[in-house]
Design a protein. Structure first.
Length: 304
């Protein structure tokens, strides 16, 4: 347990610094949007490209691992569809609960994977991101298209955003370079690596800056339910599927972390665009991020 806490403390510590920086006003509020976009659009793709292009993919059993990840995200969507009649909430609010349970903060889990397992953790989380970003977006867009308030989804635009997602582009490009054994000139490779090293601190600072305790006041009981499903049921689902598919060791632990991830900021953006309950999404992102500081160490301790 001491090893787990020692590995996780810097991650949560940097998130806390991000929260403090915003609350103290050392950085103006309007600066955090550009910082977050820089980390997401400018620095994360080089990070993923470097990790995957240099990875020894032959050492990873990709089929069962990626299959288990896909089944995990699909299972969480099925659970949410099954309990919809029991929730008795307005349809737009349901779409935000759906996103709260089905989305994950891949970049935060990427930081945790690197802290715990180094290069192998980075590669595995990056691969999960490649398969999950299109899948999870399709799930959430479908829910909003059916139950969002007066939304008329522009499916072509949404599909274009998924295909041109910087994280997918960086990961796929790294995979092509790796599989095709395309040589990357050393100066370019070193530049990409240096850019990638700057990504994680900015990502974690942005996560902390985005925490807002006031947003947790909306629908507290429903919020407690969605956080419980995400942080307590999700890990069991992903872990169970991984075990059923014969996974163990680090790949199984990465699946557990994937299932135990807090909500992602993209849920708030999509709720605004397609008629969901944006205030609820904001509250869930804060609540799930805060409670994952407790639940992630718990699950890692339980896993041993």
């Amino acid at each position: 347990m001491d090893v787990v806490l020692t590995s996780l403390f810097p991650i949560f510590g940097v998130i806390a610094v991000g929260w403090a920086l915003r609350r103290t006003g050392l950085l103006p509020d309007n600066s955090w949007g550009p910082v977050s976009r820089l980390a997401y659009l400018g620095l994360s793709p080089p990070l993923l490209f470097t990790a995957i292009s240099r990875a020894d993919l032959s050492a990873i059993t990709l089929g069962p691992f990626l299959g288990a990840a896909v089944l995990g995200f699909m299972a969480m969507a099925v659970i949410m569809l099954a309990i919809k009649p029991l929730l008795r909430v307005p349809d737009p609010t349901y779409t935000s609960v759906f996103q709260a349970v089905c989305r994950w903060n891949g970049l935060l889990i990427l930081a945790l994977g690197i802290a715990l397992f180094g290069d192998q953790g980075e590669i595995l989380v990056a691969l999960v991101m490649v398969v999950s970003i299109p899948l999870v977006n399709m799930e959430c867009v479908a829910a909003l298209a059916v139950w969002g308030e007066g939304a008329s989804p522009k499916l072509g635009s949404i599909a274009y955003r998924m295909v041109t997602n910087p994280l997918i582009i960086g990961s796929v490009a790294g995979g092509i370079v790796n599989v095709a054994h395309i040589p990357v000139p050393v100066p370019i490779a070193d530049t990409m690596s240096l850019l990638g090293q700057a990504a994680l601190p900015l990502i974690l600072l942005s996560v902390g800056a985005g925490l807002s305790f006031t947003t947790m006041r909306a629908r507290p009981r429903l919020l407690a339910l969605s956080v419980f499903l995400k942080l307590m049921v999700g890990p069991v689902v992903f872990y169970g599927i991984g075990r059923a598919m014969g996974l163990e060791g680090i790949p199984l632990t990465i699946l557990l972390l994937t299932g135990s991830s807090p909500g992602a900021g993209s849920a708030y953006v999509l709720a605004q665009q397609m008629g969901g309950d944006a205030p609820y999404s904001a509250g869930d992102i804060t609540a799930s991020t805060l409670f994952c500081f407790i639940t992630i160490p718990f699950w890692l301790w339980l896993l041993g």
